[in-house]
Write a protein that binds this ligand. Structure first.
Ligand SMILES: [Zn+2]
Length: 261
């Protein structure tokens, strides 16, 4: 299985990343994508990827909630452009809009997102999208680029039925985390049923969102991807292997990943 979205550079994981990667592989998670949330964090993600060639891959991006920390957006985006040519970098992002929090202001988030979408137009890389309570606005900005929808992955779906319909109509991929195992998130798990198998992605978003029953007990890690797979497969009446194989195909195609090391 592939963890399509984790943060191996974050506290709780970074200090013991060797163990985290080994435990993930022992659990059948043979590849993972460590997502950059700013220029410095993207450099860190690339360094982790270099430590685990063919197992860990990196992305380069500015998370909307960190858009206020990067200083000059043009300079930060230029830095991402340089990073994007690294062999380990398989996508841009995570980038997008987050209206759940009121900081940084939406104008700042939009400026960082727009600059990164322009970078996406200049490269051939796929794009990881973070969009929370802002799905229509996010899709509108992506549509304005004219780039094909299948170059975009909306990670960590946690929205409404209308949000899901909007992403399905647009045509992008949709990622699900351990949220689907939370007792209070039945609507998100139900939403997952409606995503066509060829557009479904598995992720942990670790160190956040530890799946049940480990929630609040321990920090999330890529080794918990199989829990997300098992829950989604069970809902669909599929064998977990079948669902995982389909999601792996999607992730390999989207990120252009090589075969497992
Ligand atoms: Zn993330």
């Amino acid at each position: 299985m592939i963890d399509t979205h984790c943060h191996l550079t974050y506290p709780g994981i970074a200090e013991r990343v060797g163990d985290v990667v080994a435990d993930a592989r022992a659990a059948g998670v043979d590849r993972m994508v460590s997502i950059g949330t700013g220029p410095a964090d993207s450099v860190a993600a690339i360094q982790v990827a270099r430590r685990f060639p063919g197992v860990v891959f990196a992305t380069a991006g500015i998370h909307p909630l960190h858009a206020g920390e990067v200083g000059d957006v043009a300079a930060a985006t230029a830095e991402l452009r340089l990073l994007s040519v690294a062999e380990e970098v398989v996508a841009l992002g995570e980038m997008g809009l987050d209206a759940h929090h009121d900081r940084p202001p939406m104008a700042v988030q939009r400026a960082a997102f727009a600059a990164q979408l322009t970078l996406a137009e200049e490269t051939a890389l796929p794009v990881v999208i973070h969009s929370r309570e802002a799905i229509p606005e996010t899709i509108e900005m992506i549509r304005a680029t004219g780039l094909p929808a299948d170059r975009f992955l909306f990670h960590c779906f946690s929205g409404t039925v209308r949000d899901l319909d909007a992403i399905l109509a647009f045509g992008a991929g949709i990622g699900f985390t351990g949220i689907v195992t939370f007792p209070g998130a039945a609507a998100v798990a139900e939403a997952s049923d409606r995503v066509p198998l060829d557009r479904l992605f598995l992720e942990t978003d670790s160190p956040y969102l530890t799946p049940a029953p480990h929630r609040k007990v321990r920090i999330n890690e890529p080794k918990y991807v199989p829990r997300v797979a098992a829950l989604l497969a069970g809902r669909r009446g599929l064998a977990v292997e079948a669902l995982a194989a389909a999601c792996d195909r999607n992730a390999s195609r989207f990120y252009g990943l090589p075969e497992p090391a």
